[in-house]
Design a binder for this molecule. Structure first.
Ligand code: SF4
Length: 575
């Protein structure tokens, strides 16, 4: 039974369909979706109803009133992951909505406006830009209300094009893709985005400066991926500057909410909630965590979290963990060797990881999840061998503690293929290739896939004799598709459309549309390279990202953010 939903009368309200392009269980685990749903429904003049990915051949209807998609003049889409892009096209088609915004204009009658937001889109909106009238770029709170007022006042009297022009002049953070024309170069890459006269060259990403009450679960359901878990954010962004992590760059500056704001958020939980999940534990300081942990313990709740920084495990947290009946905890070394962890700026050494594993076992957690990536810049077999030795040493350490208590220990190892994401220093690095490529070089998909397969099998072979290490690895082809979607440009919309209509594979879709995967993921770079996602302005200077990339290649570390004095990347003021 779901708690927290809104059932409203339609009469006199602005109807907004809110799509999460995946299943109910996945969508309901997204705090972003929950935030937008509750921000919209808190308004008396709006009725917002949710849509999720329906079963194949079913028509999408709203969860709240069972209405079809074309009953709604406004369709808002919250998209967190690139692999849901295809679902967007499928839902629009199944709901009787023309997917391409440009073609929707041809039939003005009853034309809905499609507005899209979510973290995947402020990383790189371009692959789905042709389907969307407006992107709201960045965090929802600073703009959502004003934008809904604007639509309600103007959409009845203006054409979609007039509305786009008015919106981009009125608001920062609104991207109307129909007002820009991409330019492509001889190498097949997008080399510029040309705005119509008078339209801003780039779109500023918006972020929330201050928070009185931390964001938290608004809806609880036993059917969500984290069922009946009350999630609360400790802040947004991350101060660590890991060079592979897009979230760490596109949520800059890092903001840690005051402990009291977090506790205010926690106090709003329904009384029967017994488990609380904290988001953003990577950057929370010891005192803040102790204060919040103390409140959680006193209120009789257990703590849950997805992943923990190995150097953040202190006595207070262990105390809470041991009372929380957690079965497993994930630690993310991310890079296979100490050298690679400097390349990615992870800042964890072998000692940190061994100590963390030992302390967790002593607190009664005998199942560890370890996350590592293969295919990082400069990675070699020596790095992978070091990781095999590390996993064996961790296993030995927790085994010794488990044995004394008569408990079996297990390691679940998750091996992920590294995708060089937009807005990170590694955006300049080719997918699946260890070495840096010059601007006039182009790697191949074949080389990338071969590298990934060899590395995964090297790790698997090296760990096959370590008892109770469960090995799970990404499929390199899936990572390749993810790389395409996260690094692609508007030309991929035709591929997504063909895939949705005919069920063809993405490889067949690329071929049909005369596109090559290499253009998007394997081209070499120099400091001046243009990327399609530069249409968004995150405030980060491109030269900073390039210098960070070069530092990574030299295994040089960068200090975590200190927003009070640091002006390094441009987000906190001019350098
Ligand atoms: S200017 Fe410094 S503190 Fe601010 S986001 Fe950039 S690196 Fe972090």
């Amino acid at each position: 039974m779901e708690r927290g939903g809104y059932l409203k009368k339609w009469k006199g309200k602005i109807p907004i369909a809110l799509i999460y392009p995946n299943s109910y269980a996945v969508g309901m685990s997204s705090l972003g979706l929950q935030l937008v749903y509750s921000l919209l429904n808190r308004r008396d003049d709006v009725i917002c109803e949710r849509f999720f990915l329906p079963e194949e051949s079913e028509r999408p209807v709203s969860l709240e009133s069972g209405r079809p998609l074309n009953d709604f003049p406004y369709i808002f889409i919250s998209v967190s992951f690139e692999h849901d892009y295809l679902h967007i096209v499928k839902i629009l088609l199944a709901g009787g909505i023309e997917p391409f915004a440009g073609k929707r204009e041809e039939r003005q009658e009853g034309r809905p406006l499609v507005v899209c937001g979510g973290v995947a889109t402020f990383m790189n909106p371009e692959p789905i830009a042709p389907f969307v009238d407006f992107f709201l770029v960045g965090e929802a709170e600073p703009i959502l209300d004003d934008f809904v007022d604007f639509l309600a006042e103007n959409s009845g009297t203006s054409t979609p094009r007039q509305l786009s022009l008015e919106a981009v002049h009125k608001f920062e953070g609104v991207y109307a893709p129909g007002l820009y024309t991409p330019v492509y170069d001889k190498k097949g890459s997008c080399s510029a985005m040309v705005p119509e006269p008078g339209v801003p060259a780039r779109v500023k990403r918006l972020s929330l400066a201050k928070c009185e009450r931390a964001g938290h679960s608004e809806l609880l359901t036993p059917l969500a991926e984290f069922s009946n878990l009350y999630l609360t954010e400790l802040g947004r962004g991350c101060s660590r500057g890991c060079r592979f992590c897009a979230a760490g760059f596109i949520y800059r500056p890092p903001r840690l909410w005051d402990a009291d704001a977090v506790i205010e958020g926690l106090k709003e939980r329904p009384t029967e909630v017994s488990r609380v999940g904290l988001l953003g534990m990577e950057m929370a300081g010891g005192t803040t965590l102790d204060h919040i942990s103390g409140y959680i313990l006193e209120s009789g709740c257990a703590l849950s979290f997805s992943s923990l920084r190995a150097d953040r495990i202190n006595d207070g947290l262990l105390n809470l963990l041991s009372k929380s009946d957690l079965k497993s905890v994930a630690i993310a070394p991310d890079g296979a060797s100490e050298r690679l962890r400097r390349v990615i700026n992870k800042g964890l050494d072998r000692g940190d990881l061994l100590t963390a594993a030992g302390r967790l076992a002593e607190a009664g957690i005998f199942k560890l999840k370890l996350y590592v990536m293969v295919g990082l810049p400069t990675e070699t077999c020596e790095d992978l061998q070091e990781f095999i030795d590390l996993v064996a040493a961790i296993k030995q350490k927790i085994d010794a503690i488990g044995k004394k208590r008569g408990r079996l220990t297990e390691i679940y190892l998750s091996v992920n293929c590294f995708v060089p994401k937009p807005w990170t220093p590694f955006q300049y690095h080719p997918f699946g290739i260890g070495r840096q490529l010059e601007n006039d070089e182009m790697g191949t998909v074949k080389e990338a896939l071969t590298n990934f397969r060899e590395k995964i099998s090297y790790l698997k072979k090296g760990l096959k004799d370590v008892a109770n290490v469960h090995f799970q690895a990404d499929k390199p082809e899936n990572a390749l598709f993810q790389a395409l979607l996260s690094r692609g440009d508007r030309r991929l919309a035709d591929v997504l459309f063909d895939m949705a209509v005919t069920n063809m594979s993405w490889k067949a879709g690329l071929k049909k549309n005369e596109l090559r995967a290499e253009w998007f993921i394997s081209a070499g770079s120099d400091a001046k390279r243009y990327f399609p996602w530069y249409i968004i302005d995150h405030g980060i200077e491109h030269d900073y990202l390039w210098q960070e990339y070069l530092k990574g290649l030299r295994s040089a570390s960068t200090e975590p953010c200190d927003t009070s004095i640091c002006r390094r990347c441009g987000v906190c003021g001019e350098r």
